[in-house]
Write a protein that binds this ligand. Structure first.
Ligand code: 26W
Length: 841
């Protein structure tokens, strides 16, 4: 019994596309056409008249106006890809942290000025209505935002790359702060509709779960398997257009939503089981209900594995459907023309799923299927934390994905046979390299499956890639050194400079033209202008404006008044022990202690801003948030402190907040324990916007410092090697006792100075600092951190010197564009040819 959608969306015309129906008139990009279209949507489509009481409807009308202009380019691009029969990359990711789309789409289409003026004539301020757009927060942090920046750069480079992900009904939770504690609220981002997506039920796919494998002989006598008695779920695609920068290209982000195969179930259950049938509808829809808010520890939830398989299966089937529509059943060139980039291990089940599709559905033999699989898959690792490495119980796989478990066992058997040939008799190595971890509860090591099944394995910064090869994956590196490579992360300068910092954009464009917007290397041409006092003056004024904008946000959301004359010292990112927000707090307490002791000669007034979400189950991270809020409370209400020091915790840190934060920041805090932060990307956004970094030799900080020079970077802390060394004999109590500053800070904490009415609550944090096994070694880096902070404070007092550093940071940020990153992925992994859209009628 076919599902209704299969009837409902039966082809209207069998063979030829209907050109009369699908031809498009190009829409005007001028103020007049945009205004006309806007008014049409407002009145005719949305049915609004008279004064608009909310910003929502004008926002919607404008979104539709912009979207219309994406549609024709989208079609031309996709047709050009089909006609060129080009190689394509499919970027598989459980997260795409897109943020808002309106401003970015207008920038890339080149209609910001026309729209701003058109609306202004109608009495509407564009920035005000743009605030109505909810963030698409379908990601936790770095990994998800990186995927979004990649899509922007691929479209700009005109590379045929499509993003595949999940359309979570609820994105990253909204963070509220109550009595200093994080409280999670649901993020129902689709409540008011999403004008940026197009539902395409005609391309729905069926995804199977449960059941069992059945083996049979095919007509040629070969043994084959099929997966039977499954419980199926429908995957419905929603497409979002991804415009390139003023180049006519529009790529696609395809997000899958789960739905039940309801009619099917109703038939099955019919007599008397109506309610159970409806219940099963709920079960299916649960799969895409919510984004898991953990960004560093695996919690092994069954629903999460379902999400992973749901994404992998629906996407691969979609690629196969498309392939067949262009090439029929001939898979000879499939590997030549397709690449799957796995964003961390989360979609790694795709390795086994592609094998299943090729063997069970396309009737290829094992060797042929395996060849295709490990020529098309490529894996990016995003973390060195062992607790973040995904493992799934074999038992769970057996129940949920039995046929995939068969395939994984066979992949492992053949893999271990190869290992045994290379290291005969070395059973220890064989056990270490097994995809299956033996033990009372056998587990599948997803990273190993990804490495074995891929042609490329990359880390996201030089140090990180080196540590993967030497540490976590050393056995595999010895086995396949040629698979391993580095691709240093980046960020898109379109969103993270041109769009979010219009003041600086104008100044830079005036000085060196606008070539840097699509070729960030050009921005180094502003470096000589650091010597020009007039230029510095304008740079300063823009930074002050941006600081005012940030101060207004802080006042609105935290009730704390930041003085734009002070140095703005900012750390925003997920809250995690390894990122050491606690070290930042210790420094803040140290400054407070100095003020209280009257040690304020030559003081540099400072405003410290922290922000970020903690995973809901991460108790210590949540306690760090509480500590920040309590410390802020005490400091901000102490008249003796006054304007010398201000501290705030910004609730609900997200993409759209960062768009205000990074342009207004002077000092960027990148203070993770060396060897723990894979790359960092916030560090790049701050640098691009002219902040100086205070940081450790970790992740991409190392490369940032290399680019900008050590004079314009406040370095502190142990190196990754020194950390390893010092761990052997680490005695934080001794360090504290010998450091008068740190002793006083610990004293304030231990006396309960910041929790007078909540005795003892911070004990777990104090204990973690004093623990000789503290993996993050806060005490070891405290003194050098305070020194570096002092250098920053002194440099800030010399305004001209600070401005030179600020300008040079922006000038040296060329390497950190995702345009460069994508270029590197393409040259070394994907090998795609750019395709120009052909305007078609
Ligand atoms: C299994 C749960 C889970 C979810 C997310 C485990 C681990 C993750 C990621 C590792 C989270 C992540 O965002 N990693 C970050 O990726 C960025 C982009 O490459 C890097 O810049 C950050 O350093 C890294 O922490």
């Amino acid at each position: 019994m076919p599902h209704s959608s299969e009837n409902y969306f039966a082809p209207l015309i069998q063979s030829k596309p209907n050109k009369k129906l699908t031809s498009m008139q190009p829409l005007g990009m001028d103020k007049k056409s945009i205004t006309m279209n806007f008014k049409y949507y407002f009145a005719h489509t949305l049915g609004r008249h008279g004064p608009c009481f909310t910003t929502h409807y004008p926002y919607k009308a404008l979104a539709h106006t912009v979207r219309d202009r994406l549609m024709e380019r989208w079609k031309s691009t996709q047709q050009a890809y089909d006609q060129a029969d080009c190689k394509r990359t499919h970027y598989l990711s459980l997260e795409f942290l897109m943020g808002r789309s309106l401003g970015n789409a207008m920038l890339n289409l080149g209609i910001t000025d026309a729209a701003t003026q058109g609306l202004f004539d109608l009495g509407i301020i564009l920035e005000e209505i743009a605030e109505s757009e909810p963030d698409a927060g379908l990601g936790n942090g770095g990994l998800g935002r990186l995927a979004a920046c990649f899509l922007d750069s691929c479209a700009t480079l005109q590379l045929p790359v499509k993003g595949y992900g999940i359309r979570y009904e609820y994105g990253m939770f909204r963070q509220e702060i109550q009595n200093g504690y994080q409280v999670e609220e649901p993020d129902h981002w689709l409540r008011d509709g999403n004008p940026w997506e197009v539902e395409r039920p005609e391309f729905s796919q069926r995804v199977s779960f449960g059941g069992r494998s059945e083996f049979y002989r095919d007509d040629k006598g070969a043994t084959r398997a099929r997966w039977v008695d499954t419980r199926d779920v429908l995957a419905i695609p929603y497409d979002t257009p991804i415009p390139g920068y003023r180049n006519g290209t529009v790529n696609t982000l395809r997000l899958w939503q789960a739905a039940s195969t309801d009619e099917f179930d109703l038939e099955e259950f019919n007599a008397g089981s109506y309610t159970e049938a409806v219940e099963s509808k709920n079960h299916a829809e649960n799969i895409t209900m919510i984004l898991y808010p953990n960004d560093s520890s695996e919690n092994g939830k069954e629903l999460r594995l379902k999400q992973q398989y749901f994404l992998a299966s629906a996407s691969l089937k979609d690629v196969m459907r498309k392939w067949k529509s262009l090439h029929g059943n001939n898979l000879k060139k499939f590997a030549e023309k397709n690449c799957f980039q796995l964003n961390d291990t989360h979609p790694t089940i795709a390795v086994a799923e592609l094998m299943r599709i090729l063997m069970d559905e396309e009737r290829l033999d094992w060797d042929h299927a395996w060849q295709i699989t490990c020529r098309t898959m490529a894996y990016t690792n995003h973390t060195l934390l062992p607790e973040a490495l995904e493992r799934w119980p074999v038992k769970l796989f057996k129940r949920l994905l039995p046929r995939l478990l068969d395939i994984i066992f066979e992949i492992n058997a053949q893999h271990l046979a190869q290992v045994a040939i290379r290291w005969p008799g070395d059973t220890k190595t064989q056990r270490r390299m097994s995809i299956i971890e033996e033990g009372p509860e056998p587990q599948i090591r997803m990273a190993y499956l990804a490495i074995v099944g891929s042609m490329s394995v990359n880390g996201v910064a030089e140090l990180h890639s080196k540590l993967l090869a030497e540490g976590l994956f050393q056995d595999f590196y010895r086995f396949w050194p040629e698979k391993f490579n580095n691709k240093t992360n980046g960020v898109t300068q379109r969103r993270w400079l041109a769009y979010c910092n219009p003041g600086l954009r104008e100044l830079v464009c005036e000085s060196i033209g606008d070539g840097w917007i699509s070729d960030l290397e050009q921005i180094k041409r502003i470096a000589p202008l650091a010597k020009d006092a007039q230029f510095r003056r304008r740079w300063f004024e823009i930074k002050q404006q941006n600081k005012k904008r940030l101060a207004a946000l802080v006042e609105k959301d935290c009730g704390v008044r930041f003085d734009p004359k002070a140095i703005f010292d900012v750390q925003v990112k997920r809250i995690h022990e390894y990122k050491r927000q606690l070290l930042n707090v210790l420094h803040v307490i140290h400054l407070y202690d100095r003020i209280k002791r009257g040690d304020t000669e030559n003081w540099t007034p400072r405003c410290v801003l922290l922000g970020g979400k903690a995973a809901p189950g991460y108790v210590l991270a949540k306690l760090i948030i509480k500590l920040i809020n309590n410390v802020a409370q005490v400091i901000n209400s102490d008249p003796q402190v006054g304007n010398l020091l201000q501290v705030a915790f910004l609730p609900n840190y997200r993409v759209s907040a960062m768009e205000v934060i990074c342009p207004g920041t002077d000092l960027s805090e990148q203070i993770s324990t060396a060897g723990k932060e894979a790359s960092g990307t916030g560090n790049m956004k701050f640098m691009m916007n002219g902040a100086l970094t205070i940081g450790t030799l970790d992740g991409a900080n190392i490369e940032i410092r290399e680019e900008v020079g050590d004079k314009n970077f406040f370095l502190f802390g142990l190196t990754e090697e020194e950390i390893k060394e010092r761990r052997q004999d680490y005695q934080p109590d001794l360090i504290i006792a010998r450091d008068a500053n740190l002793s006083r800070v610990m004293d304030l904490l231990e006396k309960g100075h910041f929790n007078q009415f909540e005795p003892g609550i911070f004990k777990p944090l104090i204990d973690s600092i004093r623990n000789p096994l503290d993996p993050w070694m806060l005490a070891a880096d405290f003194e050098s951190y305070v020194d570096a902070q002092q250098q920053a404070a002194e440099r800030y007092k010399d305004r001209e010197q600070w401005l030179i550093g600020s300008i040079l940071n922006t000038a040296c940020s060329g390497k950190f564009s995702t345009d460069r990153t994508m270029h590197d992925y393409n040259r070394e992994i994907w090998k795609l040819t750019p395709v120009l859209p052909i305007p078609t009628q």
